[in-house]
Design a protein around this ligand. Structure first.
Ligand SMILES: [Zn+2]
Ligand SMILES: [Zn+2]
Length: 312
């Protein structure tokens, strides 16, 4: 009896999706970041030169994220049954080989354009209109092998936004930061430096607090753009050789005058704070002090209690 070998399951596709998504994200983010260097020259020719040279990499970053979206959909479908991914017309079946089992990969599988319809038909969670609209638009762009449609270029930031939108139904609401942190621990650079993961998370998140809208930050991270931001000491102590000013990545949760908990959106840590005025730096108006380290989270100066104060 012949069997079919190498039948994938949902987890195989999830792994692939995460890998492609993070590669696309990394590429888009470095294009965005390096773009600052070009923009800082304030020289029109340099800036134009940079963005036109970045076009092929933008198209590739978009293709990686789009591929990730397709793998996420395949994962969802395969979690019901991998055979739903196969086009069932007998003429599409692989040619038989004597005594040899066919491999799943020899079967023709669904076209990308059918993945959403099949997923919605077999899975109890229907994908949103936003997801479908974005997926179809980016798929068309990817197929055209370009980063622009009708002369309107896709920016690095749009690719980052797209990555956030398409991963949300699969990794969960506000789970991107956690997912990115986990992924970075499997990155080749993590093998040489643990600090690199903390540095990357802090750098990416701090940058996105400027570039994403208040609505996007709230939706994908839970971050409140209008609320005051503090420095995270966990991130700072791991990376201070590379970034001596620290990172503005933490906010009080709950946001109240007597709140004693601070949460960092980059490293994911919560820590206890005391609410006393910082007096070390004359111009600092901070009143959020790390309880463990006795450091002001606004200016990073050491905090010394006055005689009548204690740190509780
Ligand atoms: Zn942190
Ligand atoms: Zn201070």
């Amino acid at each position: 009896m012949k069997m079919i070998k190498d039948i994938p399951d949902g987890l195989d596709f999830i792994m692939l999706a995460n890998r492609y998504l993070n590669l696309g994200w990394r590429s888009a983010f470095s294009i965005l970041e390096d773009g600052d260097i070009a923009n800082e020259t304030e020289d029109a020719e340099t800036i134009m030169g940079y963005w036109s040279a970045a076009e092929p990499e933008l198209a590739t970053a978009l293709a990686l994220v789009q591929q990730a979206a397709e793998f996420y959909l395949k994962a969802r479908i395969a979690s019901v049954s991998p055979w739903l991914l196969v086009r069932t017309e007998p003429k599409d079946f692989p040619k038989p080989k004597l005594g040899e089992a066919a491999s799943f990969s020899e079967f023709r599988t669904l076209d990308a354009q059918d993945l959403i319809r099949v997923s919605n038909a077999v899975f109890d969670e229907i994908l949103s209109e936003e997801f479908t609209r974005e997926f179809d638009a980016k798929r068309a762009q990817r197929n055209a092998g370009t980063h622009s449609v009708g002369g309107k270029p896709t920016t690095a930031l749009e690719i980052i936004r797209y990555a956030l939108i398409i991963s949300e139904p699969f990794i969960g609401e506000r789970k991107w930061a956690q997912s990115r942190r986990d992924h970075l621990t499997r990155d080749r650079l993590y093998q040489t430096s643990f600090e690199w993961q903390v540095f990357t998370m802090a750098k990416e998140f701090e940058r996105l607090t400027r570039d994403l809208t208040a609505g996007e930050l709230k939706r994908f991270y839970g971050f409140e753009k209008k609320q005051r931001v503090y420095r995270c000491l966990n991130c700072h102590y791991e990376t201070r050789d590379a970034a001596e000013d620290g990172w503005l990545t933490a906010q009080l949760i709950p946001n109240a005058p007597d709140s004693t908990n601070i949460h960092c959106y980059a490293c994911g840590e919560d820590s206890e704070v005391i609410r006393k005025s910082c007096r070390q730096a004359p111009e600092c108006k901070g009143n959020v002090i790390s309880k463990e380290h006795q450091v002001c989270l606004t200016c990073l100066e050491d905090w010394v209690p006055e005689e009548d104060e204690n740190s509780s």
